[in-house]
Structure formats: structure tokens, C-alpha cells
Design a protein around this ligand. Sequence first.
Ligand SMILES: [Zn+2]
Length: 72
Amino acid sequence: MSERPRNFEEHRFMGDKRTMRVHDLDNATRECGIEDILAAESYLAFGPDTMPEARNRCYHPCRHCQPVDEVA
Ligand SMILES: [Zn+2]
């Protein structure tokens, strides 16, 4: 998946309100289920459009499209 959804062209990070996960659209994979999020209209954009902002809102990075730093 190389293209961002049309209504998310201006955003890189997409939150899913159902799972509280945030996806990096530039690295999204089929596993992310971006189309499913769009179909359910459970997406959320962040402002600023950054990972720290997503984390501030208690969203967790999706392991399919972002390297996960697990601190044990
Ligand atoms: Zn993802």
C-alpha cells in the first residue's frame, strides 16, 4: 500500500478509535486493516500529525507499520 487514503492525504498518522492504535500510513501493510478503519469511519487524525502527539492521546503504535520499542 503506497498511497494514502484520499481523505487522509494530508496526514501521515491515522488513529483507530476502536482499537486505540495509530498507523503510519506511509508504512501501512495489509495487516493494518486501513480500509476497514475507513469503512467503520473510526479513524482519527492528529494535530500535530506526529507519533508523540498520538502517544499523548493514549494511542499505541501498530506493530505492523511501526517498529515497536518494547522496554522490558
Ligand atoms: Zn498499522
